[in-house]
Design a protein around this ligand. Structure first.
Ligand code: THU
Length: 129
């Protein structure tokens, strides 16, 4: 079982590789999946701004492509000072592959870890139609 410090290191490595020349705000995400494997992602911006992708999206894609199904833990880091909170779109992405026990660990520059569940961050999520 990967502990949170290991996930933090994996997310930091991804963050360092982020391509963020426009916002200059680097983000990294690390997932521990239901298959016990870890996946990471970083934001990848584009000169056509809407083409850019978030760190969480990259990590989720890596998990799905490798056969993972659910997020057990996802840890997100940025190179900003304040606690990074996933954007609304990424909360919806995380929701798709989470359950009530999924741990969402947000961090700040002082290496504080803040623990949430998806219901804390995306209450009343769209989930059926
Ligand atoms: N960003 C992420 O990668 N994840 C989030 O949850 C919030 C925002 C990225 C997108 C963009 O490259 C930069 O941060 C500034 O918005």
């Amino acid at each position: 079982m990967k502990n949170i410090q290991q996930l933090f290191k994996i997310a930091q490595t991804a963050m360092q590789n982020a391509y963020a020349p426009y916002s200059k705000f680097k983000v990294g995400a690390a997932i521990l999946a239901d298959n016990q494997k870890t996946y990471s992602g970083c934001n990848v911006e584009n000169i056509s701004y809407p083409c850019g992708t978030c760190a969480e999206a990259g990590a989720i894609s890596a998990m799905i492509a490798d056969g993972g199904h659910k997020i057990k833990k996802i840890l997100i880091v940025s190179d900003g000072k304040k606690m990074i909170t996933p954007c609304g779109t990424c909360l919806q992405r995380i929701k798709e592959f989470s359950n009530a026990d999924t741990e969402i660990i947000l961090t700040d520059a002082e290496k504080n870890f803040y623990h949430y569940q998806i219901a804390d961050l995306l209450p009343q999520a769209f989930k059926e139609f």
